[in-house]
Design a protein around this ligand. Structure first.
Ligand code: TYD
Ligand code: MG
Length: 446
């Protein structure tokens, strides 16, 4: 081990805070005499041999809310700084009260709100039946007052609701600005690490995710969670965007009711209700994977005669640029007796979830063709696969997991990429139809 301790000094004016490395009798800025003071900083840096470093096995704090503990990789890492972002009204404060209630069984929880009075928080807590002894409420926005109270109380957990309302007087700007948010987050980070406190920071983001707020904090904190939902949807998704201590992109499902949030365990039932819409041309069922969870989804395509020189292509829930490519592949690789330039195409992933993975390409393409040619796909088939530019159906990940979920919901047949046959461990009852390309896939469903 090598010790490289260094120290450095500078002089500053007690009157105007002017800093310099040279002593002065009269401050060159504010012209005050004898206002000089010396400041010495000691930096000690150590290099450690990798082999000699011992890892302390910390047990994680469990909230016993499974959807939360699971996405956190088994629980909350002690002394970590966790950011929970989301649009206003999505349910961040409600979620934090539920988590506070569980964590208060492990130690003292301090809930700091810059948005609501303690009475308002109390009335929400009453509504969702939370009344634990170990939860303290503080309505305050001045970060120095908050830090003082934290140092006095020594809570185990602190919740800051929200970072945009907090204020540090050293930075003359109003609360919510980039400089305020960064400074306050840095102070909270130090507090978490030096006083062994686990801190949750709540932050608002706009619908498109862009706001000088949570986004600029992503690199400061240990874990970033985003709470998402579609407007008017009672189901909410808590997504892990960054985690220093566990997997990312994992999601947890919650449902908001008049008694607060509850966990949703059977997620496929949210997005796929066994209704009659799949008996209509243009509707196809597929299995997507979000994080590590399979979700049965209904893909809907609607095609109408276009009244415009450039036909419309619109999508809810799937990347529109990807859809343009898929339409080009249909046009080039399939002999459809219809001119695609004369029709508007609308795509919708039912129930408002957004899917990023390309494994539902085959379902999107089938939905478009089914809508154009006006045939109904058999009700008991699910379709999975990625589409290549040559019209080939390409293999996808987690094929067995997808098939098991489809079987659970009563599907009888699955169309999957031929390339997945060598890594499939599915031994269930569904008939497996292997598609080589877009044409063979169509033969199975027409
Ligand atoms: P809230 O947690 O205040 O959202 P955020 O902190 O993200 O701004 O709650 C959002 C909405 O949830 C609010 O419009 C009211 C509703 N709600 C319920 O439907 N049931 C409940 O039990 C609670 C507490 C809130
Ligand atoms: Mg709130």
């Amino acid at each position: 081990m090598k010790n490289t301790s260094t120290s450095s000094s500078y002089y500053f004016c007690k009157q105007c805070n002017y800093k310099t490395y040279q002593w002065f009798g009269k401050c060159p800025v504010c012209k005050t005499w004898n206002s000089v003071s010396k400041y010495t900083t000691i930096n000690s840096a150590h290099a450690y041999r990798l082999k000699d470093i011992k890892i302390k096995q910390l047990s994680k704090y469990k909230t016993q809310i499974n959807e939360f503990d699971n996405i956190m990789g088994g629980g909350i890492v002690p002394d970590s700084l966790i950011l929970i972002g989301g649009a206003p009204g999505v349910g961040k404060s409600t979620l934090m009260l539920h988590i506070a209630s569980k964590l208060s069984n492990l130690g003292l929880v301090l809930y700091v709100s810059g948005e609501e009075s303690v009475l308002q928080i109390k009335s929400r807590a009453t509504r969702i039946e939370i009344s634990e002894q170990n939860i303290f409420l503080l309505s305050e926005t001045n970060i120095y007052n908050i830090v003082n109270i934290i140092c006095e109380m020594h809570p185990m957990f602190v919740i800051i609701d929200s970072i945009q309302t907090m204020y540090c007087q050293d930075f003359g700007t109003s609360s919510g600005t980039v400089i305020q948010i960064k400074e306050i987050a840095t102070q909270l980070l130090q507090l978490a690490k030096t006083h062994n406190i686990t801190i949750f920071i709540l932050g608002h983001i706009t619908k498109d995710g862009y706001l000088a707020g949570p986004k600029i904090l992503e690199h400061v904190v240990d874990t970033v969670l985003y709470f998402e939902n579609e407007k008017y949807n009672t189901y909410k998704i808590l997504r892990v965007y960054k985690n220093r201590f566990g997997p990312t992109n994992e999601i947890g499902f919650f449902k908001m009711s008049s008694f607060g949030l509850s966990e949703v365990l059977d997620t496929s039932l949210i997005y796929y209700r066994d209704n009659n819409t799949i008996n209509i041309a243009g509707n196809i069922v597929t299995v997507a994977i979000e994080g590590t969870r399979p979700i049965i989804l209904e893909v809907q395509a609607l095609t109408v005669k276009s009244e415009f020189s450039i036909p419309r292509r619109m999508s809810t829930g799937y990347d529109i640029k990807r859809i343009m490519i898929l339409i080009a592949v249909i046009e080039k690789r399939l002999n459809i007796p219809i001119n695609m330039h004369n029709i508007d195409i609308f795509i919708n992933i039912a129930s408002g979830i957004k899917i990023k993975e390309t494994a539902i390409d085959a379902a999107i393409v089938s939905a478009i063709i089914s809508a154009i040619l006006e045939f109904i796909c058999p009700k008991d088939i699910i379709i999975c696969g990625e589409l290549g530019l040559s019209g080939e159906i390409r293999p996808i990940s987690f094929i067995t997991k997808r098939l098991l979920e489809a079987e659970k919901l009563g599907f009888k047949k699955a169309i999957i990429p031929i390339g997945n046959l060598n890594n499939i461990t599915y031994t269930g009852k569904m008939a497996i139809l292997e598609a080589k390309d877009i044409s063979t896939m169509l033969q199975f469903i027409k």
